[in-house]
Ligand binder design. Structure first.
Ligand code: PGA
Length: 287
């Protein structure tokens, strides 16, 4: 059984004081939910680099959520001005790192280094959240699997089979056209690609690794649509940008992944969301 995972990608949002307030509110919210839900999903928050340092300061004894970084350099140290390495992250308590986000690939030309980053992260005990996803052009051309397959092959090329078998891979399927647009994929379309990704992992690392790998959907996830994705057999959680910025909304995503909301009636599928509680919706580029 794979534990669901809900990951927040704050991108380049929030200052140190804002992040401190939100970390504290999130920890309080999760503590309250622990008393209500039989089991919570794994929760990961990926703030900008400086705010990673808040985590050991605020939670010296650990927290109910795990810390993730939004990127990592593929070398452990060296003359790489402006970059941050895996050992710098782990000393702060970082457990996860997003690798190959489409914004890094597109805006910073990082396609070619994704495989090296994934390998370096694993070497330093970081769990990579490997992002793959097709562009709108690729989808329209019927090349979704070709595009995602090529990204996966490059990203997983240097992954030790033991790491894959131990479930240390998280793969986020994030169609580029769905990120920050308000136009999420349908659960069925996301499931089809998630199933393809799991088959690719099985092909490369075997059935046990495929069974242990968590596959997330990302791209305009909100409390209104998360339930549909989580109902799919190969989707184990979500990587959330815009809708993760408001702690109250993000906690509702946690509730949905826990199966039963802590503070609202069960089985409404999250559809009672007030419009004002939907940051990142409505077509704005939230991320
Ligand atoms: P979004 O971003 O939820 O704002 O679409 C997701 C992501 O980029 O990871």
């Amino acid at each position: 059984m794979r534990t669901p995972l809900i990951a927040a990608n704050w991108k380049m949002h929030k200052t140190w004081p804002e992040a401190a307030t939100d970390f504290t509110a999130l920890e309080g919210g999760l503590a309250a939910r622990k008393a209500v839900h039989a089991a919570l999903p794994d929760v990961v928050v990926c703030p900008p680099y400086p705010m990673l340092a808040l985590y050991p300061l605020l939670f010296p004894g650990g927290a109910s959520f795990a810390l993730g970084a939004q990127n990592v350099h593929h070398e452990a140290s060296g003359a790489y001005t402006g970059e941050v390495s895996a050992p710098m992250l782990t000393v702060l308590g970082v457990a996860y790192v997003i690798v190959g986000h489409s914004e890094r690939r597109r805006d910073f030309g990082e396609d070619a280094v994704v495989g090296a980053k994934v390998a370096r992260a694993l070497e330093h005990d970081l769990t990579p959240i490997v992002c793959v996803g097709e562009t709108l052009d690729a989808r329209r051309a019927g090349e979704t699997e070709a595009a995602v397959g090529a990204q996966l092959a490059a990203a997983l090329a240097a992954v030790p089979p033991e790491a894959a078998a131990a479930g240390r891979l998280v793969i986020a399927y994030e169609p580029v056209w769905a990120i920050g647009t308000g136009a999420a994929a349908t659960p069925e379309a996301a499931q089809a690609v998630a199933r393809f990704i799991r088959a690719e992992v099985a092909e490369r690392f075997g059935a046990q690794a495929a069974e242990a790998t968590r596959i997330l959907y990302g791209g305009s996830v909100t409390a209104d649509n998360l339930g549909g994705f989580l109902a799919e057999p190969d989707i184990d959680g979500a990587l959330v940008g815009g809708a993760s910025l408001d702690v109250r909304h993000f906690l509702r995503l946690v509730d949905l992944a826990a199966g039963r909301p802590a503070d609202r009636p069960a089985h409404d599928g999250g559809r009672t969301a007030a419009a004002g509680e939907r940051p990142g919706a409505a077509g704005e580029r939230s991320g």
